[in-house]
Design a protein around this ligand. Structure first.
Ligand code: C2E
Ligand code: MG
Ligand code: MG
Length: 384
């Protein structure tokens, strides 16, 4: 926010929000700013917990309408974490910590929500901390590996590239999937070193392959906050000797949403290097077809939830059609993710998807045992 519009507008915005929050509160309540965009509110003498819910909801509603500052119409969201002091022994420190854990949960569940602290959250926070500590060791201890999943064209007799997907081989807990550690890496900033590892490793391994297949590496939106991203990618290409056009980075639309123009500028520089840019998980979240015009993407990956639902849901099929239609007219390739059956593959070809990825063609595997040719298996025969 401050980066995009300057400190002055940022400060004005905070003042405007504080005023709205104050308006919802009673005389005896305390409002304090405790961090960049974080406020703490103390509500003494609440008759019952429901009252805290109501106030949280009112705070959220109060912040919702756009604020006008110097000609900019700014919209912000509010997430609220609530902790109740059960007895006079509850220290302010402990209460704040509990409220913070509830806030974390609220943010995780989407924008404009509130959550009340529950003891399970404490347990979950402890687990996150353990993972964080172990993850630091994983990086130095070579416990992280990339697996490669094949991507094919519609003729389906050739693997044109692979997506690199990270796996964590934990010495005690075994194989851990990205969903269970990438978000923690993002929160703790460890994603910068993990992401750099993925780029270097994927380029190095792909350069050793016999064919000229492309290699797609996922980039977290957090990695864009680090100005070194571009030089990390350049270094990965130079050190491996991989031709830039063989590297593809997959980003999600939140990279564009947060943007500020510096993210788009980074993407443009990458493109100038010859690296290809794919928009991942398209159709989920804040998706809007207008994103497709905001940057000249080389590829759109249709989120696997639509592929999964297309047989039973007319909406899913309609969205797939809208994406392929728009991509065709903009001359962008479309990859269907999560193709599991022959039937899905056939239908998606009819809809005009250009590339395909999913268990039907092959699962992610380490570089040395990755799939290099096809004998497709209908995944539905195995999993139903
Ligand atoms: P993604 O980039 O959308 O990757 C596709 C996910 O779908 C992978 O999950 C893949 O294993 C899974 N998949 C592929 N084919 C099928 C199928 O036919 N059916 C089903 N049900 N799933 C299929 P995975 O490997 O668990 O990765 C999950 C997510 O974690 C990725 O989603 C990506 O967002 C993130 N991720 C993985 N590796 C990295 C990484 O190195 N860096 C970053 N920043 N994120 C990563
Ligand atoms: Mg991906
Ligand atoms: Mg995806």
């Amino acid at each position: 926010m401050n980066d995009a519009l300057g400190h002055q507008i940022g400060d004005e915005l905070l003042r405007g929000i504080a005023k709205r929050l104050r308006f919802v509160l009673r005389e005896q309540d305390t409002l304090a700013r405790v961090g960049g965009d974080e406020f703490a509110i103390v509500l003494p003498n609440l008759p019952y917990l429901e009252k805290a819910h109501q106030i949280a909801q009112r705070l959220i509603e109060a912040v919702k309408p756009p604020i006008n500052i110097e000609g900019h119409s700014l919209t912000v969201g509010l997430s609220v974490g609530i902790a109740m002091a059960e007895s006079s022994e509850d220290s302010p420190d402990h209460l704040l910590r509990c409220a913070d854990m509830a806030l974390y949960e609220a943010k995780r569940n989407g924008r404009n929500r509130y959550e009340v602290f529950r003891v399970e959250m404490d347990e979950a926070a402890r687990k996150r901390r353990d993972i964080e500590l172990d993850l630091r060791e994983a990086i130095t201890g070579k416990q992280l590996r990339l697996y490669y999943q094949p991507i094919t064209d519609s003729a389906h007799n050739e693997i044109i590239g692979y997506e690199a997907l990270m796996r964590w081989n934990h010495p005690v807990n075994g194989l851990i999937m990205p969903m269970d550690f990438i978000p923690i890496a993002e929160e703790t900033g460890l994603i910068h070193s993990i992401g750099a590892f993925a780029l270097h490793e994927a380029c190095r391994e792909a350069a050793s392959w016999v064919g000229q297949q492309t290699i797609a590496v996922n980039l977290s939106p957090v990695q864009f906050k680090n100005s070194a991203l571009l030089s990390v990618i350049e270094a990965a290409l130079t050190e491996s000797g991989l031709a830039p056009h063989r590297l593809e980075v997959e980003i999600t639309e939140s990279v564009l949403l947060d943007s500020n123009h510096s993210n788009v500028a980074t993407l443009e520089k990458l493109k100038a290097l010859g690296v290809r840019i794919a928009l991942d998980d398209f159709g989920t979240g804040y998706s809007s077809l207008s994103y497709l015009r905001s940057f000249p993407f080389d590829k759109i990956k249709i989120d696997k939830s639509f592929i999964n639902d297309m047989q039973d849901s007319r909406e899913a099929l309609a969205i797939i059609r809208a994406i392929t239609g728009m991509s065709r007219s903009l001359d962008i390739q479309t990859t269907a993710e999560g193709v599991e059956t022959d039937e899905q593959f056939r239908r998606l070809k009819e809809e005009g998807c250009s590339l395909f990825q999913g268990y039907y063609f092959g699962r992610p595997q380490p570089s040395e045992s990755r799939l290099t040719g096809f004998t497709p298996v209908d995944a539905s025969l195995h999993f139903t």
